[in-house]
Design a protein around this ligand. Structure first.
Ligand code: DX5
Ligand code: ZN
Length: 219
Protein backbone atom coordinates (compact mmCIF):
# COMPACT_ATOMS: atom_id res chain seq x y z
CA UNK A 1 0.00 0.00 0.00
CA UNK A 2 1.19 3.49 -0.86
CA UNK A 3 0.09 6.26 1.49
CA UNK A 4 -0.48 9.80 0.28
CA UNK A 5 0.23 12.51 2.83
CA UNK A 6 -0.74 16.04 1.76
CA UNK A 7 1.47 18.65 3.41
CA UNK A 8 -0.50 21.45 5.04
CA UNK A 9 2.44 23.78 4.38
CA UNK A 10 0.75 24.50 1.05
CA UNK A 11 -2.78 24.78 2.53
CA UNK A 12 -4.58 28.08 3.02
CA UNK A 13 -3.81 29.02 6.60
CA UNK A 14 -6.83 31.30 6.90
CA UNK A 15 -9.00 28.18 6.72
CA UNK A 16 -6.66 25.43 7.83
CA UNK A 17 -9.33 23.31 9.51
CA UNK A 18 -11.52 23.29 6.41
CA UNK A 19 -8.51 22.46 4.23
CA UNK A 20 -7.76 19.38 6.36
CA UNK A 21 -11.37 18.23 6.23
CA UNK A 22 -11.33 18.70 2.46
CA UNK A 23 -8.15 16.70 1.73
CA UNK A 24 -9.27 13.91 4.03
CA UNK A 25 -12.53 13.67 2.10
CA UNK A 26 -10.48 13.82 -1.10
CA UNK A 27 -8.62 10.63 -0.17
CA UNK A 28 -5.58 11.65 1.89
CA UNK A 29 -4.17 8.79 3.98
CA UNK A 30 -2.05 10.86 6.39
CA UNK A 31 -1.80 14.59 7.06
CA UNK A 32 1.79 15.87 6.88
CA UNK A 33 2.60 18.64 9.36
CA UNK A 34 5.75 20.67 8.56
CA UNK A 35 7.28 22.33 11.62
CA UNK A 36 10.10 24.82 10.90
CA UNK A 37 12.13 26.91 13.31
CA UNK A 38 14.01 29.44 11.17
CA UNK A 39 17.33 27.88 12.26
CA UNK A 40 17.49 24.36 10.91
CA UNK A 41 15.68 25.60 7.80
CA UNK A 42 15.34 29.17 6.51
CA UNK A 43 11.60 29.41 7.16
CA UNK A 44 9.17 29.50 10.08
CA UNK A 45 5.83 27.75 10.31
CA UNK A 46 4.05 26.72 13.48
CA UNK A 47 4.46 24.75 16.67
CA UNK A 48 2.48 22.69 19.17
CA UNK A 49 -0.26 25.31 19.60
CA UNK A 50 -1.39 25.00 15.99
CA UNK A 51 -0.97 21.22 16.22
CA UNK A 52 -3.32 21.25 19.24
CA UNK A 53 -5.87 23.14 17.17
CA UNK A 54 -5.80 20.81 14.15
CA UNK A 55 -5.53 17.50 16.00
CA UNK A 56 -9.25 17.31 16.90
CA UNK A 57 -10.19 18.15 13.31
CA UNK A 58 -7.97 15.59 11.60
CA UNK A 59 -9.30 12.04 11.52
CA UNK A 60 -6.30 10.66 9.61
CA UNK A 61 -2.89 10.07 11.22
CA UNK A 62 -0.85 13.23 11.79
CA UNK A 63 2.63 12.86 10.37
CA UNK A 64 4.80 15.46 12.08
CA UNK A 65 8.01 16.49 10.30
CA UNK A 66 10.23 18.45 12.67
CA UNK A 67 12.66 20.65 10.73
CA UNK A 68 13.99 22.13 13.95
CA UNK A 69 17.09 22.18 16.09
CA UNK A 70 16.87 20.52 19.52
CA UNK A 71 13.74 18.55 18.57
CA UNK A 72 13.86 16.72 21.92
CA UNK A 73 12.49 19.87 23.56
CA UNK A 74 9.24 19.63 21.59
CA UNK A 75 8.62 15.88 21.38
CA UNK A 76 6.42 15.75 24.52
CA UNK A 77 4.17 18.57 23.25
CA UNK A 78 3.68 17.05 19.79
CA UNK A 79 3.08 13.62 21.28
CA UNK A 80 0.50 15.06 23.67
CA UNK A 81 -1.20 16.86 20.80
CA UNK A 82 -1.78 13.51 19.07
CA UNK A 83 1.05 12.93 16.60
CA UNK A 84 0.99 9.48 14.97
CA UNK A 85 4.57 9.74 13.70
CA UNK A 86 7.26 12.23 14.73
CA UNK A 87 10.20 12.54 12.36
CA UNK A 88 13.42 14.30 13.33
CA UNK A 89 16.36 15.16 11.10
CA UNK A 90 19.56 13.17 11.55
CA UNK A 91 21.44 16.42 10.87
CA UNK A 92 19.71 18.12 13.82
CA UNK A 93 20.41 15.45 16.44
CA UNK A 94 23.73 14.96 18.18
CA UNK A 95 22.19 12.08 20.15
CA UNK A 96 20.02 10.64 17.42
CA UNK A 97 19.48 7.23 19.01
CA UNK A 98 18.37 8.84 22.27
CA UNK A 99 15.93 11.18 20.54
CA UNK A 100 14.35 8.35 18.52
CA UNK A 101 13.79 6.31 21.67
CA UNK A 102 12.36 9.36 23.41
CA UNK A 103 9.74 9.57 20.65
CA UNK A 104 8.85 5.89 21.14
CA UNK A 105 8.67 6.29 24.91
CA UNK A 106 5.92 8.83 24.28
CA UNK A 107 3.93 6.16 22.44
CA UNK A 108 4.51 7.68 19.01
CA UNK A 109 6.07 6.11 15.91
CA UNK A 110 9.61 7.34 15.31
CA UNK A 111 10.93 8.63 12.02
CA UNK A 112 14.35 9.86 10.92
CA UNK A 113 14.87 12.23 7.98
CA UNK A 114 17.90 12.91 5.79
CA UNK A 115 18.47 15.95 3.60
CA UNK A 116 19.47 15.54 -0.06
CA UNK A 117 23.15 16.07 0.80
CA UNK A 118 23.18 13.52 3.63
CA UNK A 119 24.19 9.93 2.85
CA UNK A 120 22.32 6.83 4.06
CA UNK A 121 25.33 6.02 6.25
CA UNK A 122 24.17 8.80 8.61
CA UNK A 123 21.15 6.69 9.63
CA UNK A 124 22.42 3.15 9.02
CA UNK A 125 23.04 2.61 12.70
CA UNK A 126 19.47 3.50 13.75
CA UNK A 127 17.49 1.62 11.08
CA UNK A 128 16.35 -0.95 13.66
CA UNK A 129 15.16 1.87 15.95
CA UNK A 130 12.76 3.61 13.57
CA UNK A 131 9.36 2.99 12.01
CA UNK A 132 9.99 5.38 9.13
CA UNK A 133 12.83 6.90 7.14
CA UNK A 134 12.12 10.18 5.38
CA UNK A 135 14.27 10.70 2.32
CA UNK A 136 14.05 14.41 1.50
CA UNK A 137 13.74 14.86 -2.25
CA UNK A 138 14.24 18.65 -1.96
CA UNK A 139 16.19 20.76 0.53
CA UNK A 140 13.67 21.38 3.30
CA UNK A 141 12.20 24.81 3.98
CA UNK A 142 9.68 25.56 1.26
CA UNK A 143 6.91 23.98 -0.75
CA UNK A 144 6.90 23.97 -4.53
CA UNK A 145 10.57 23.18 -5.17
CA UNK A 146 11.91 20.91 -7.91
CA UNK A 147 12.47 17.20 -7.19
CA UNK A 148 16.17 16.23 -6.90
CA UNK A 149 16.60 12.95 -8.85
CA UNK A 150 19.92 11.93 -7.24
CA UNK A 151 18.06 11.31 -3.95
CA UNK A 152 16.23 8.30 -5.46
CA UNK A 153 19.16 5.90 -5.19
CA UNK A 154 19.09 6.35 -1.41
CA UNK A 155 15.59 4.84 -1.29
CA UNK A 156 16.79 1.65 -2.94
CA UNK A 157 19.85 1.60 -0.69
CA UNK A 158 17.66 1.74 2.44
CA UNK A 159 15.35 -1.05 1.16
CA UNK A 160 18.44 -3.19 0.51
CA UNK A 161 19.74 -2.63 4.05
CA UNK A 162 16.28 -3.43 5.42
CA UNK A 163 16.25 -6.73 3.55
CA UNK A 164 19.82 -7.66 4.51
CA UNK A 165 19.04 -7.08 8.19
CA UNK A 166 15.61 -8.71 8.15
CA UNK A 167 13.78 -5.60 9.38
CA UNK A 168 10.11 -6.52 8.99
CA UNK A 169 8.43 -3.12 8.75
CA UNK A 170 9.91 0.16 7.62
CA UNK A 171 8.11 2.99 5.89
CA UNK A 172 10.14 5.00 3.43
CA UNK A 173 8.64 8.44 2.99
CA UNK A 174 9.62 10.99 0.35
CA UNK A 175 9.01 14.70 0.64
CA UNK A 176 9.47 17.45 -1.90
CA UNK A 177 8.55 17.83 -5.54
CA UNK A 178 6.25 14.79 -5.55
CA UNK A 179 3.76 14.83 -8.43
CA UNK A 180 2.19 12.23 -10.70
CA UNK A 181 5.42 12.48 -12.73
CA UNK A 182 7.88 11.83 -9.91
CA UNK A 183 5.72 9.49 -7.76
CA UNK A 184 6.27 6.42 -10.00
CA UNK A 185 10.06 6.92 -9.82
CA UNK A 186 10.17 6.94 -6.00
CA UNK A 187 7.65 4.12 -5.58
CA UNK A 188 9.61 1.97 -8.02
CA UNK A 189 12.70 2.58 -5.85
CA UNK A 190 10.80 1.48 -2.70
CA UNK A 191 9.03 4.50 -1.21
CA UNK A 192 5.60 3.86 0.32
CA UNK A 193 4.63 7.23 1.86
CA UNK A 194 4.37 10.16 -0.55
CA UNK A 195 4.19 13.69 0.83
CA UNK A 196 2.67 16.13 -1.62
CA UNK A 197 2.16 19.80 -0.83
CA UNK A 198 1.67 21.99 -3.87
CA UNK A 199 0.62 19.04 -6.05
CA UNK A 200 -2.48 18.66 -3.84
CA UNK A 201 -3.19 22.03 -2.22
CA UNK A 202 -2.19 23.96 -5.33
CA UNK A 203 -5.07 22.41 -7.23
CA UNK A 204 -8.70 23.42 -6.87
CA UNK A 205 -9.90 19.81 -7.17
CA UNK A 206 -7.97 18.03 -4.42
CA UNK A 207 -9.71 14.68 -5.04
CA UNK A 208 -8.57 14.74 -8.65
CA UNK A 209 -5.04 15.72 -7.58
CA UNK A 210 -4.81 12.79 -5.14
CA UNK A 211 -6.39 10.41 -7.67
CA UNK A 212 -3.79 11.40 -10.26
CA UNK A 213 -0.89 10.68 -7.92
CA UNK A 214 -2.45 7.39 -6.80
CA UNK A 215 -3.13 6.20 -10.32
CA UNK A 216 0.41 7.15 -11.41
CA UNK A 217 1.72 4.53 -9.00
CA UNK A 218 -1.11 2.10 -9.81
CA UNK A 219 -1.95 1.01 -6.26
C1 DX5 B 1 9.63 20.97 2.54
C2 DX5 B 1 8.53 20.32 3.34
C3 DX5 B 1 7.57 19.62 2.47
C4 DX5 B 1 6.82 20.52 1.53
C5 DX5 B 1 6.64 19.78 0.24
O1 DX5 B 1 10.47 21.63 3.39
O2 DX5 B 1 9.07 19.39 4.24
O3 DX5 B 1 6.70 18.80 3.21
O4 DX5 B 1 5.58 20.91 2.01
O5 DX5 B 1 6.04 20.61 -0.69
P1 DX5 B 1 5.94 20.22 -2.22
O6 DX5 B 1 5.19 18.94 -2.32
O7 DX5 B 1 5.21 21.37 -2.82
O8 DX5 B 1 7.35 20.09 -2.74
ZN1 ZN C 1 7.76 17.79 5.17
Amino acid sequence: MVYIAPSILSARFDKLGAEIVEVEAAGADWIHVDVMDGHFVPNLTFGPIVMDAIAPIAKKPLDVHLMIENPENYIPAFAKAGAHVITVHAEACVHLHRVLHMIKEHGVKAGVAINPGTPVSAIEQVLEDVDLVLVMTVNPGFGGQAFIPTTVRKIAEIRKLQQERGIAHLHIEVDGGITSETAPIVVEAGADVLVAGSAVFGRSDRAEAIREIRSSVAV
